[in-house]
Design a protein around this ligand. Sequence first.
Ligand SMILES: C[S@@+](CC[C@H](N)C(=O)[O-])C[C@H]1O[C@@H](n2cnc3c(N)ncnc32)[C@H](O)[C@@H]1O
Length: 184
Amino acid sequence: MCLKSNIKIKYLRERFFNSKLKELSGNILELGFGNGQNFQFYPSNCNITAIDSKIYYTQEFNNIEIKQYTIDNILPFENQVFDYIVFSFFMCSIKNQKSIIKEIHRVLKKQGRIVYLEHITSDMRFYRFIQKLLVPVTTLFFNKCSLFNKFSYSLKSTFKLETKVYIPNSIEPYEFGIWIKHST
Ligand SMILES: C[S@@+](CC[C@H](N)C(=O)[O-])C[C@H]1O[C@@H](n2cnc3c(N)ncnc32)[C@H](O)[C@@H]1O
């Protein structure tokens, strides 16, 4: 989320992400909710828990419980509690992505899903090279955000792909994805 154009991100959210959030049901966990801009899209009959290390958000929703929590290696929930785990522009700030993905897997119910919109590593060698070069700069100046974000590679062993849309955009391509938990 470092170099993004707000117009492009707004379009991507509307085109892929917000409409999907409107279809969710059951227990939802949102990671790194930021200013809570996804909250308005969840159906009112969902139970949502939203966590972030910093809380700048004040508007209250009856069905959303906000927790201030810095995700390190552990998610503070029992096993198999959530139907969906949602995040947008969150994984780029996470160093130990594999541990968090393991935790996401643990707290999701069987057949639970991950729904995300993230900027990711480019599929073009030249842009990947630039992304890698820029990592020290973006992590230092953009809230630990890394342009070289390969988190979805780590989903392959324990999640099954349902939907993936790659949106090319030079050094900041995006990915909208839905993965289903497939092993216990
Ligand atoms: C780039 S913002 C994205 C906010 C929002 N999801 C959006 O789509 O605009 C990343 C958010 O993740 C939170 N975050 C980063 N690392 C975190 C961690 N280890 N634990 C909890 N929240 C974290 C930050 O505080 C920030 O609010």
